[in-house]
Design a protein around this ligand. Structure first.
Ligand code: NAD
Ligand code: MN
Length: 363
């Protein structure tokens, strides 16, 4: 019996996650769910955005469904993003983001790709620091001996973020990509990197992916052999800036993309345009024997509480749990078909409630 840790989080997470759970329960009646806290409101209440107890519940269930969190864009003492903490603590090293054309909402038909983004290191390794700053004293208050106050302030001159790429993480993301391609019958892989400017880090990433796909060890073959196409898979590579252009002008060329953390984040948000936008973009954070599904969108404070958030991204994320984690392909297809039918027959629904009811009706 599948078990699911449900974490609505902040903002519209509170609105779209209950909708996704209702749809999941309609196709998997014996699903067991446990609620857990995470996010900004949770941080304000408990002093942690991703409490140990929540991590323990996800581990116990083996699967989670996460809504969204609100993160402040300035530094808050003791705060760390719930989602990044969770990805690293549970070693959810692959972020799988499918993008496909949907009726009515997609700008054009025929697009069907999966972006596999490395999820634990790269520029999001959390190694960010100030290396050079100047202290100065501000003189505030009015003149007059007793009211003058001196305050120490700081001007940051240089700040550094380390972009970490390891052989271990690069090999395992490649293995996961291969597993996905094999199970989905997909043959064409594009490795996206920036090895012309970052030859050591992105060169390592690219070579590790090729090593896994070509089943030739890095040292045992000449470069020409390493660049050859494997028997089962067609492999090409693109620099990330060219990949961004291709994503705009020729999205049909992509089947599966594997890339590093930041590039994957940006490219997949852009790619979600073809799937009808952020309101329809699903993702799965996936490690070994554990996974957390999560819509790509954030907490959308501009529309939170209005009942107009699109629940489809969350519902399609839940379908990814059925497909990849619980091996319930048929349940995943039922959910996706219900979404497609709803978009076809009821294209003008615009509340969370109405869209969810229509999808439940289709099921
Ligand atoms: P956002 O994804 O929350 O919103 C971007 C835009 O898309 C907004 O106009 C929003 O109204 C719209 N939108 C998003 N989801 C929608 C849906 N389901 N239905 C209809 N419209 C939708 O991104 P943002 O505004 O840049 O960030 C808001 C907050 O969310 C920030 O605190 C940010 O840190 C956080 N965030 C969290 C995650 C996450 O939890 N994984 C991801 C991105 C941003
Ligand atoms: Mn993003």
């Amino acid at each position: 019996m599948p078990k699911l840790c449900v974490m609505p989080g902040d903002g519209i997470g509170q609105e779209v996650i209950p909708a996704a759970v209702a749809v999941l329960q309609a196709v998997i009646p014996d699903l067991e769910t446990v609620e857990a806290e995470a996010g900004w409101a949770c941080f304000l209440k408990n002093g942690a955005s991703m409490p140990e107890s929540t991590l323990a519940t996800i581990r116990d269930c083996g699967a989670g469904l996460f809504g969204a969190v609100s993160s402040p864009s300035h530094k808050v003492e003791g705060y760390r993003s719930a989602i990044i903490t969770m990805r690293q603590a549970l070693n959810l090293y692959a972020n799988v983001r499918p993008v496909q054309s949907w009726p009515h909402v997609s700008p054009r038909p025929g697009i069907d790709m999966i972006i596999v983004r490395e999820n634990t290191e790269g520029l999001y390794s959390g190694r960010e620091r100030i290396v050079d700053s100047e202290q100065f004293t501000v003189n505030s208050g009015q003149s007059g001996e007793s009211s003058i106050q001196n305050r120490q302030s700081e001007i940051v001159l240089t700040a550094v973020a380390e972009r970490v790429i390891t052989r271990k993480a690069s090999l395992r993301i490649a293995e996961k990509t291969k597993q996905i391609m094999t199970s989905q019958g997909r043959e064409k892989l594009t490795i996206v990197h920036k090895a012309n400017v970052l030859p050591i880090t992105d060169g390592l990433f690219r070579d590790c992916v090729k090593e896994v796909f070509q089943e030739i060890s890095a040292t045992s073959a000449p470069t020409s052999a390493r660049l050859s196409t494997s028997l089962r898979f067609k492999i090409d590579e693109l620099l990330v800036d060219v990949a961004a252009l291709k994503m705009l002008e020729d999205p049909e060329r992509f089947d599966v993309i594997v890339t590093t953390n930041l590039f994957g984040d940006i490219l997949s948000d852009a790619a979600s345009y073809w799937g009808g936008g952020l309101g329809l973009a699903p993702s799965l954070n996936w490690g070994d024997g554990i996974a957390v599904a999560e819509p790509v969108h954030g907490s959308a404070p501009d529309i939170a509480g209005q009942g107009i958030a699109n629940p489809i991204a969350a519902i399609l994320s839940a379908a990814m749990l059925a497909r990849y984690v619980w091996d319930l392909e048929e349940a995943a297809i039922r959910m996706e078909t219900a979404v497609a039918h709803t978009l076809t027959h009821h294209p003008n629904l615009n509340t969370t409630q109405a869209i969810t009811s229509a999808i439940l009706n289709e099921i």
